[in-house]
Design a protein. Structure first.
Length: 248
């Protein structure tokens, strides 16, 4: 049985797909998808030897070697352009995820869906998607074992639709005329801010506590750079608080 997090990722993979799961670790996701006949083919990519061996063992023991190809390599280096139509990347930071996509963007020909679950730094992923002309189609947030995860699904769109993609992030007005900046939408999620589920509130309340700790630490220094940074953190906290207050 998959974790709730991996299950929600699996649920977003269209039936009949060819998938590359990058940073697959034990290849649990492709194994599940192959066992249920949801996918035709998968590549499980791993850069580290331990997880690569774990994935190889898992696929062999499940008798899925004909459907899942376990490959060792960095990011999208493990796939050929046109080989898969779905890419899943889960359980790593958003900034690493964006750099993997950037380094391998020539491999994205024929890819229709990117299903991404950054652990932190979701703004890096949303920004990369927008800059590269991918349409963020849905956002989900869930809590499992005391941790909160977001799953971002993006789809490829025809070139003529790309100019409109930024509309999703244009400054918008919340109740009471509060303006939310593009930067805040990258962080908080253009769909999630709209849906504002309880888990999302819990996430941002926890982020505020982390920022308060950072501000407190910076406040102990008299260095100019720290004073400036503390002011930025306070500004960010105020903006987040305003958004939450407006939606509550
Ligand atoms: N995707 C699985 C999941 O969500 O449960 C495993 C997540 S695990 C925390 C992250 C995995 O990504 C590790 O096994 C790590 O070796 C792998 N990884 C990190 N950087 C990578 C890269 N540049 N290319 C491929 N795999 C990478």
């Amino acid at each position: 049985k998959l974790s709730k997090r991996l299950q929600m990722i699996a649920d977003r993979v269209p039936a009949g797909s060819k998938v590359a799961d990058i940073g697959s670790d034990h290849a649990l996701l492709p194994t599940y998808l192959a066992q249920r006949g949801i996918i035709l083919f998968a590549v499980a990519g791993e850069v580290n030897p331990g997880p690569y061996e774990a994935a190889t063992r898992q696929v062999l023991e499940s008798g899925l070697s004909k459907v899942i190809s376990v490959r060792s390599g960095d990011g999208l280096a493990v796939i050929e352009a046109g080989e898969v139509n779905v890419i899943t990347i889960a359980g790593m930071g958003g900034s690493l995820m964006a750099s993997i996509l950037e380094a391998g963007k020539h491999k994205l020909t024929g890819v229709t869906h990117l299903i991404l679950q950054p652990n932190v730094g979701e703004d890096h992923v949303r920004r990369w998607l927008l800059e590269q002309g991918w349409k963020l189609e849905s956002e989900t947030i869930l809590e499992e074992d005391g941790k909160i995860y977001e799953i971002l699904t993006a789809v490829a769109v025809p070139a003529e639709e790309r100019a409109k993609l930024a509309d999703l992030y244009t400054e918008r007005l919340l109740a009471g005329g509060l303006k939310v900046s593009q930067e805040r939408l990258f962080q908080m999620g253009p769909y999630l801010i709209h849906q504002a589920p309880d888990v999302w509130f819990a996430k941002w309340e926890s982020e505020l506590r982390k920022l308060a700790m950072i501000e407190d630490q910076l406040g102990r220094s008299t260095a100019e750079a720290s004073i400036e940074k503390a002011a930025q953190v306070r500004q960010e906290m105020n903006e987040i608080k305003e958004v939450l207050a407006c939606l509550q």
